[in-house]
Design a binder for this molecule. Sequence first.
Ligand code: HEM
Length: 482
Amino acid sequence: KSLKSGASSLDAIPSVGVPGGLFGFYVGAWNYIKNGRDLTEEGYLKNPGGAFKVAFMHRWLVIVNGQAMIEDLRKAPDDFLSSAEGNNAMLHLEHVLGYEQLHDPYHVPVVRTSLTRNIGICFPSLRTEVVAAFEDLVPAKTDEWITVHAMQTILPVVSRVSNQLFIGLPKCRDPDYIKITTQFALDVAKDALLLHLIPSSLRSLAARLFGHLETSTRNIMKHVGPMIQHRIEMDDKYGPDWPNGDRPNDLISWLLDEARGHPERRTVRNLTHTLLHLNFAAIHTTTQGFLHAFYTLASHPEYVQPLREEIESVTKSEGWTKAAMGKMVKLDSFMKESSRLAPGAAVGVMRKALKDFTFSDGTTVPAGTLIALPILAEHHSQANYTNGGAFDPFRFSRMREEAGEGIKHQMASLTHDFLTFGLGRHACPGRFFAVNEQKLIMAHVLVTYDFKLKDGVSAEDEWVWIVGSANKTAEIMFKKRS
Ligand code: HEM
C-alpha cells in the first residue's frame, strides 16, 4: 500500500536504477542491493542540489543532497521528519533492541551529557584498559614480528575500553561478556534483515520466535544482572551519595541518575537492554572506523613518523589525558580523513516524514516517505572538497591552522560536508567518546609497535548494499618498538 501511494505522489522525483515495466520496481530493488553505493553516486551526480529516489527493499527511499536540502533536513522538527521512525524503519528497533529502546530513549541524553562529560575523569582507566588489552592480545617482542587477525584483535580491544566506561572492571574484561555483546551487534543486523522480509503484522511474532534479543538479554543478565540489581537497591537507599563515596562512576550510575522517578526504567531488564543497545551502537562502529584508518596507515608508512612525533611531543608535556587527545590535531585529521572516505555507509541520516514535507527548493514528499542523505557521495564531492576522491591525511589539520577555523574541522564536529556522525539534534551523541577512544588506541599502537599489513592484504572497504566494511580477514604484523 505504501509503495503504491508513495509511488504516485513521488512521481516528480526522478528514480535511479529502476527500469520501467511491470516488475521494474523489484528489479530496481535488486539492483540497489547489488550496487547501492554506485547507484547513489550516480543519482547524486545527475541531480546536484536536488532529490532522487531509489528502490529500497520494498519501498522508495528519497535521497536529497546539497547544502540547502541538508539544512532543511537538519532543521526539520521531529514531528515532521522523525529520526526515531527513520531508524526504526531501517532496523526495526522495537523488535530487535526492545520496545522501550524506541519509545523511551532516555539513554540518548545520558550519553550526550553524563557519559561525554566523564570522558576526561575516566581517561586514566580507559588508557589502562587499552594498555592491558594490547598486552593480552598483541604480546609482541622487540626481536620478532608476530601476526594477528586485525578484526578479531581490535573488536575485543574496543569492547573492553567501551565497557570500562559502561560497567568497569572486572566484567569489561570477561571473554564471555565480550563475546555476547560483540555478537549481539551482528545478530541485530541479521534480525533486522529478516524482519524486512516479513509483513509488519507478523514482525512481533517473528522477532519473538527467531530474534536474538531474548537469548542475548538472558545471557548478558547472567553476567550483569546481580550487579545491576545491587546498584538499583543502593540507589533506592542512598541516591547518588553512597557511604564512603564509593559509588562507581560508570554508565549504570548515569542511567540511574536519569531514571530517578521513573520506576519502569529502574529494572534489571530495562537497564540490561540499554547496555546491550549501547554496546550495539558503540562497538562495531568504532572498530570499523579504527580498522579502516589502521589499514590505511599500515599501507602508507610515510605518515607514521609525523604522527609519532606529534603523539610523543604531546604526551611528553600533557601525559595521556583527554586534553592531550585534543592537542593531537594531525592524528585527529588522519582519523577524520579516513572516515571521510570510509564513513561505513553510502547513505545515512535516515528520517521518516510523519507529515507531508516540502524542501526549500519546492520538492515535496508525502507523509510516510523515508528520506536519507548520500553520505559517501557528499564526502567525495568536488563541491565540498578539493581533490575529494584523494586521501590527504592532513587536510583538516591544515584547515585548522587557518585563523578562526579551530573547532569546525575537528573530527567530532558536525558539518554539512562531514556526515559520518549524522547531523542535527539526533547526531551521534557518542561521537566525542568514539573519537577519543579511536585516537587513544591509535596513539598507543603508534608509540608501542612497528606494524605492517601482511602481504597482499587490501586496505579497501568491502561493499554490500549500502554498507561498507573494513577488511574482515586481514592480518597485521606487529613488532614491539625498542
Ligand atoms: C565511530 C563510531 C561511531 C559512529 C560512526 C557512529 C555513528 C552514528 C550515526 C550516523 C548515528 C545516527 C545519526 C543521525 O541519524 O543523524 C548515531 C546515533 C547514535 N549513536 Fe553513534 N556512532 C559511533 C559511536 C557511538 C558510541 C561510542 C556511542 C555510545 C557511547 C554511540 C551512541 C549512539 C546513540 C545512542 C545514537 C542514537 C541518537 C539518537 O537517536 O538521537 N555511538 N551514531
